[in-house]
Every structure is written in structure tokens, then in C-alpha cells.
Design a protein around this ligand. Sequence first.
Ligand SMILES: Cc1cc2nc3c(=O)[nH]c(=O)nc-3n(C[C@H](O)[C@H](O)[C@H](O)COP(=O)(O)OP(=O)(O)OC[C@H]3O[C@@H](n4cnc5c(N)ncnc54)[C@H](O)[C@@H]3O)c2cc1C
Length: 386
Amino acid sequence: MTGASAPVFYMHNNFQYVIIGAGSAGLQLASLLLKAPKNLVGSILLLEKSPVHENKTWCFWDSIEHKYTGLVKKTWGSTQFSAAGFSKSENTGPVVYQYVESGDFYDFYMESFKSQERITVRYGVADRVSCEGEQCFVMLGDETICCEYIFCTDPTLLNRNDEVSDGVLQSFLGWQVTFESPVFNADCATMMDFEHSIAGETNFMYVLPFSPYEALVECTFFAESVKDEAIYKRQIETYITKKYGQDYQLVREERGLIPMRLLRDNQLPVNRIIPIGLAAGCIKASTGYSFTRNRRYAKHIYQQVLEEKEITAPKWKKRFLFYDSLFISILKHQPGVMQKILVQLFRKNKISLVLKFLDEDTNIFEEAIIFSTLPKWPFLKSLLFR
Ligand SMILES: Cc1cc2nc3c(=O)[nH]c(=O)nc-3n(C[C@H](O)[C@H](O)[C@H](O)COP(=O)(O)OP(=O)(O)OC[C@H]3O[C@@H](n4cnc5c(N)ncnc54)[C@H](O)[C@@H]3O)c2cc1C
């Protein structure tokens, strides 16, 4: 990561900050940094590999009013968890589950950056990054860009792929379907439905109803490898038919592959190349969610900028990393028991408390209550596998 010899300059480019990646983390950070006074944030280069943004469904829990309220397409006041013989739905107020289309998010910020002279958006692939003292360098082919700090979402540029612990993959296929008649409860998002899942696997359906007639129905696996495409399709077809009938039309498909893994020992570099997003471990290992973590992480960096401090990478709370490591270990070594753990988790706790726990907002007493409701043996066994 750190260059041994001085870089060759073919073209001179200077910025105060370079953000590599105009995704969830990069856009949130760029938009926040632009709120800082000009004497603190003079110039930003936002470097993005591709001019084509691939749309994704980004969801998160939050109160109704927040920074991105205008971009929220749909909210759900209640959340459901189901498994064979058990179903629970609960109003999660004052927090609601919210959906933003990543394409809307991308278009909105890219458009707003056009009128802000402090930010330059450029398409190109960063090949290498380095840091020497207080100077950082981003290499794009023959060109070198100089800056004070680099914020980087690409783990391969930071050699961070070697620093991650073993994990599993969250893989999913979603079908957005419409029905002629009303079949969905449009105010209730189903986080997990294990009712028709494959035995021995951590496999569930995730359902986001956009109206009584239309929903995104997603078949998800937490597993060591990606399954055959036919398996996801068969699971979705079976689920839709059994739950809602056959009279549906497929509007669009969505695919996802999200790493569920931890950065080893929470070690983050201490130079001026600050990892963000995927590279910083912002994707929560046990859930695959990152939108809220990217926002909190960006806020932390922004605060350091405002306080004119040396910017350092925020650290994750150690006890949540520990919980996530147990969860990942169980998924990896005892996949057949995860469904039982999740059923207990949702059956014995308020859904709002579970969501608070997943967002890492609980205190240690609430966490003790949650763990006391879960089967003990899988956790003890997972400690042996660590
Ligand atoms: C279908 C789908 C649905 C999802 N749903 C949710 C959800 O509901 N909630 C949630 O929290 N998360 C969700 N996720 C996960 C979420 O998209 C990621 O966790 C999040 O985007 C990670 O943020 P990031 O900024 O690190 O990466 P990205 O958003 O992927 O952005 C990284 C950007 O960097 C660019 N880039 C990479 N390398 C370079 C380079 N060398 N030079 C220049 N540019 C580069 C890429 O082109 C990309 O645009 C979903 C993912 C998928 C695929």
C-alpha cells in the first residue's frame, strides 16, 4: 500500500480529499464533507470506476425524519418474522423500515455535485494508492493525483482482502411481482420467513410489499457458497404460489452477493489512507446491512474534519464484533441451527429490541437479556471453533 519510491508525475492534479467509489459510502461521505466550511474542505475528487450505476434496493431502519427522507420511496410501520408454526409481526415505531433506490440516491447526489465547485466527479479506475508522510497519491494508469487524504472503498487497493477472517456469503435473488388482486399487507415488511426454507440451510424469504398488489420477494441464503440459480427460482416460485397464488407477473429481478465477514482484530491502517464502506468493515458481518453504518462512519470522519483533527478510521465496538464473530462461526460450522436461534430471538424478544441490537444501539444489559433467550449450546460450540 505504501509506495517505496517517489511516484512519477505525468500530469499534476491536487485535491484536498480523494474519495474512491461513488457508492453508498462514498456518496454519503462526499455529501457530508461538502457541508463543512470552505476553509476546512477546499476540494474533493470523487473517483468512480463506472459511469453506469447498477440499481439496488437499499433498506434501513430509522425514524421518519432524517437526512435522506426525500429519497425514501417506501416505509413500513411493522415488521414480520415467520417460520413453520410461528409468525410474529410488530409495529416498530418510532423507527420504521425504509427503502431507497440506490439509483435515485446516486442520481440525486451526482446532480447536486454538478453545482458545487468544491467537488470534481471523475470516472476512472484507481490502480494504486500510496502515502508518504502527509502526502497521498492515487494512481490512475500513468496519471498521479496528490491529496492530503484518501477515502477508499476498494479493499483490493488496501490489501485488505488478506485481513478478513473467514466468513460466509449472503446471496439472494429477488423477484418484483405484481398481482391482479390485492394480496400483500403494504404496511408490513417480512424480514425473514423460514416457512418453506430448505432444511439444514440458513435460507429464508424476504418480502417488501410496495402496495397490496406488488412486492419484491427475495430468496436469501447465508452460506459458504452461492447456490444454483435454479434453486433460488424454485424457492421463490414455491413461496409465492403457496402464499399468494399463481396469478402473478414478474416485473424485474434483483441479485445480490454480500460478504458477511469481519476484519481481523478490528485493525485499521493509521496513515492518511482511510478505508470506508466495504474496505472499512461497514457491511455488518451478521446482517449484510451497511447503509446506516456507512452514514455513521461518514459522520465520524466529518466530525474530525470539523474539529480540525488528524483523521483516523473509526473503530467498531468490540463487543458487537464479538457477537458477529459468534454468529458467523455458527453460520459456517453449524448452519442447521441458525434458524432455531433466529426463531428464539424473534419469539422471545420484541422485534424493535432485535432491530436495535442489529443496529448496535443496545446497551450491555439489553444484550444480556437477548442472549439469555437464545439456545446456549451453539454459542458454546462456536467458541470452540474460534
Ligand atoms: C441487490 C442488493 C441489495 C442490497 N440491499 C441492501 C440493503 O437493503 N441495505 C443495506 O444496508 N445494504 C444493502 N446492500 C449492500 C450494499 O449495497 C453495500 O453494502 C454497500 O453498497 C457498500 O457500500 P460501498 O460504498 O462500500 O460499496 P458500493 O456501494 O458498491 O460502492 C463502491 C463503488 O466504488 C467503485 N469502485 C470500486 N473500486 C474502484 C476503484 N478501484 N476505482 C474507482 N472506483 C471504484 C465501484 O464501481 C462502486 O460504485 C445490497 C446490495 C445488493 C447488491
